[in-house]
Design a protein around this ligand. Sequence first.
Ligand SMILES: NC(=O)c1ccc[n+]([C@@H]2O[C@H](COP(=O)([O-])OP(=O)(O)OC[C@H]3O[C@@H](n4cnc5c(N)ncnc54)[C@H](OP(=O)(O)O)[C@@H]3O)[C@@H](O)[C@H]2O)c1
Length: 276
Amino acid sequence: MGQISGGVVLITGASSGIGKALANHLYQKGYKVYGTSRKQPSLSEVAKKHSNGGFLKMIPLDVCSGDSVRKAVQLVLHEEGQIDILINNAGMGIGGAVEDTTIAEAKQEFDINFFGVLRMCREVLPGMRARKNGLIINIGSVAGIYAIPYQSMYSASKYALEAMTEALRMETKQFGIRVSLVEPGDTKTGFTNNRQLVAASQDSAYQKDCLKSINNMAKSEQKASQPKAILKIVERLITKKNPPVRVTVGWDYKLMVFAKRIVPARLIEWIVPKLY
Ligand SMILES: NC(=O)c1ccc[n+]([C@@H]2O[C@H](COP(=O)([O-])OP(=O)(O)OC[C@H]3O[C@@H](n4cnc5c(N)ncnc54)[C@H](OP(=O)(O)O)[C@@H]3O)[C@@H](O)[C@H]2O)c1
C-alpha cells in the first residue's frame, strides 16, 4: 500500500479550481493538508478541521519565487516534520500565436507551469529521500499530449512537464519516492478567466483565428464538468504502491490520448484545429 489517510499533503494553487477541490476533499478524508495561494489567506481559510484529525491550512506561496517556495516548504516541515505528498497543481494558461509571443511571455508561462514544479520538487525531495518515502503528483494536461494552436506555450510547458515527470520517476524510484502525472482535459474552474492573452494578439495577422480558437476553448472549459473525477484519481494514486506514470482524466480523453499513438500525424493536424 502507498500513503494512507493521516499523511501530510502540500498542494500548490489550492485557492481555486482543481487544487481547491483536492484540498477540501483530502482534508475531509483525514489528511493534514497545506494548501497554497499567492494571496494572504482570509481568516475563514486559515484552518478547517475535521473530526477525523484531517485539517486544511492555507499558506502563502508563489511558485515563481525560490524564496517563497523555500519558506512555504520550511513552514510545513517545521509544523509537521515531513511532507508525505506533494501535489504540483498551480498553473495558468497564456493564449496567442507563436509568432506573437515574446520571450518574456513564454518564460512567464514556463516559470509557473514548469520551473514552479522544479522549484517545489527541489525543496521537498531531500526530506522524502531521507525518509525513503514520498509521493509527487504533477497536474499536467491533455494539452501536454496534443499541442493546441494558439496555446502553444501552455502546451509546451505541459509537454515539458511530461518529460520531467518521466525522468524524475526513474531517478527517485531507488529512494522509495513515487511520481505520477494526472492529465485533465477541459474542466470548469477559474482557469478560463485566469488565462492571459499575449500582448501582440490585439494587432496581429492571427487575431481572428486566435480569438475564435480561445473563445471556443473557453466555452468548452465552462461547459465541462467540475474537478470531481480528478479527486477520485488522486485518491487512488495516493494509496497505490506502484502508481502509473500518468493517468488521463475521463474516457473521452483517454481515447484521444490513445488515438495520438495510432492515428497518422497529418490526420491529427486536420482534426485538432477543427475542434478549437
Ligand atoms: N481547468 C482546465 O480545463 C484544466 C485542464 C487541464 C489541466 N489543468 C491544470 O490544472 C491545474 C489547476 O488549474 P485550475 O483549472 O484549477 O485553474 P485555476 O482555477 O485558475 O487555479 C489555479 C491555481 O493556481 C494558483 N497559481 C497561479 N499562479 C501561481 C503562482 N505563480 N504561484 C502559486 N500558485 C499559483 C492559483 O492561486 P492564487 O492565484 O491564489 O495564487 C490557483 O489556486 C493547472 O496546472 C492547469 O494547467 C486545468
